[in-house]
Design a protein around this ligand. Structure first.
Ligand SMILES: Nc1ncnc2c1ncn2[C@@H]1O[C@H](COP(=O)(O)OP(=O)(O)O)[C@@H](O)[C@H]1O
Ligand SMILES: [Mg+2]
Length: 416
């Protein structure tokens, strides 16, 4: 039997809290996992930023990446490591680079998901370039924004076609607002999208490999209180539907880690924002749910490293489009897409693996989140985000939420 060390890399940006927890719990677990002829142990390291030779090898089996959507030195290092060394990275960097919100809307429309009607409108302002004037003179048609508003109906939302982080999002209640928001939109390329209004529930689903977490979301609350503590208050049928939608989107785009916002109206779930392949992982927003993200990262990273799961380098959309073209109901299609997603994420194999090799994770995580070390990790994130005079108050707030989770978690596990 060969003893092999597997390296898990953390490619981090402003992340503070979850890596500290990830590292500490991995240390505590001190895993030694036998797969085939090998006995694997695991080392967690932070990936540094430095010059590299393109032929230089890569020691990591898995990299959890939070950086490359905006930091291109690391993005190119990751791409080279995938191509040359079979690095497995959350997420596939090409799949992040090439997918805007609009592409994801279109693909899911083709699969039959109820994406609200959406129009793309040309930008109001441009950077001056040599070819701008002749191009616009020849091809830019005058259009009547009012008739697009009428087509969609009110209210609707104006937001960038490649959005993220609520940048440039406005709710439009009438034609006057539509015209003034467009005037203010500048160089953004905008969508106007029919509102799901009124809605019954707003749930954000986080998918990490085959794991899906559903969180009630209150978009009108301040940032630190948008995710509601506790399991999402939805039916089993809703859970089943949202799980399918989340895993279908993530497997279709070859994203291991992504979040999907859906609103329900008259019992149907409408996904409205699901191109988020670097989802929020901070205690300062996830609060009660924060320990889940740490555990989910550990489970999937260890599974991938120990089993040698291969990254999907290219997307394969045809099997999905073949199902979409068949004469089947929406429910039947979802079931067929979901089966593709479960196959892609090796759901069954993953569950068996976790039961066999990670059975101590729940208890160790529960204990960890009662320690001073965990408290300090929360505090460090709060210091980075809040003004000095609010540090004590918000550290206590997030810590209380985590202790509420611990009480709930203990009860849940006692039931089993
Ligand atoms: N079609 C819609 N119906 C209802 N609410 C919407 C719709 N589109 C956007 N919103 C609201 O605006 C917020 C931001 O829009 P979203 O598409 O999520 O942009 P971002 O990518 O910036 O997060 C959503 O969280 C939701 O509250
Ligand atoms: Mg959003």
């Amino acid at each position: 039997m060969a003893k092999v060390t597997k390296y898990i890399g953390l490619s981090l940006g402003a992340d503070i809290c979850w890596p500290l927890c990830f590292e500490a719990i991995m240390k505590q677990l001190d895993l030694s996992i036998k797969v085939g002829k090998n006995q694997f142990s695991f080392e967690v390291e932070r990936v540094s930023i430095e010059p590299y030779n393109l032929r230089q090898g890569c020691k990591y089996s898995v990299v959890l990446d939070r950086l490359t959507h905006w930091y291109h030195t690391s993005r190119e290092w990751i791409k080279k490591s995938v191509i040359m060394d079979d690095l497995y990275v959350l997420n596939n960097p090409w799949a992040v680079q090439s997918m805007e919100k609009q592409t994801t809307y279109c693909a899911m429309m083709r699969l039959g998901l109820p994406i609200p009607d959406t129009w793309m409108i040309p930008p109001k302002a441009y950077d001056r370039t040599d070819d701008l004037e002749p191009t616009l003179k020849r091809y830019a048609k005058l259009f009547d924004l009012g008739s697009i508003g009428e087509d969609l109906g009110y209210p609707h939302f104006m937001k960038p076609y490649d959005g993220g982080g609520w940048r440039g999002v406005s709710r439009i209640d009438n034609e006057e607002q539509l015209r003034s928001s467009y005037e203010e939109s500048g160089k953004f390329i905008m969508h106007v999208q029919k509102a799901v209004n009124p809605f019954e529930s707003f749930v954000r689903c986080i998918g990490l490999g085959p794991q899906v977490k559903m969180l009630d979301y209150d978009p009108s609350a301040p940032l630190h209180a948008r995710y509601q503590p506790g399991p999402a208050n939805i039916t089993e049928a809703d859970r089943k539907r949202l799980r399918a939608i989340t895993l279908i989107i993530n497997s279709f785009f070859a994203w291991d880690f992504n979040s999907c916002e859906s609103l329900s109206q008259n019992g149907e779930w409408y996904p409205i924002d699901f191109a988020n392949p670097c989802p929020d992982s901070q205690v300062t927003s996830l609060n009660w749910h924060f320990p889940w993200i740490v555990k989910a990262n550990i489970r999937w990273a260890v599974y991938v490293a120990a089993t040698g799961r291969k990254i999907r380098m290219n997307q394969n959309w045809k099997p999905y489009f073949d199902i979409a073209a068949q004469d089947m109901s929406y429910e039947e299609k979802l079931e067929a897409y979901e089966a593709l997603a479960d196959k892609h994420f090796e759901t069954k194999k993953f569950e068996v693996f976790c039961e066999k090799h990670l059975s101590e994770l729940d208890q160790i995580t529960w204990e960890f989140f009662g320690t001073d070390y965990a408290h300090d990790a929360v505090r460090q994130k709060v210091i980075a985000l809040f003004p000095a005079h609010e540090v004590e108050q918000f550290t206590a707030y997030f810590w209380k939420r985590i202790q509420e989770w611990r009480a709930w978690d203990q009860e849940e596990r006692a039931k089993k």
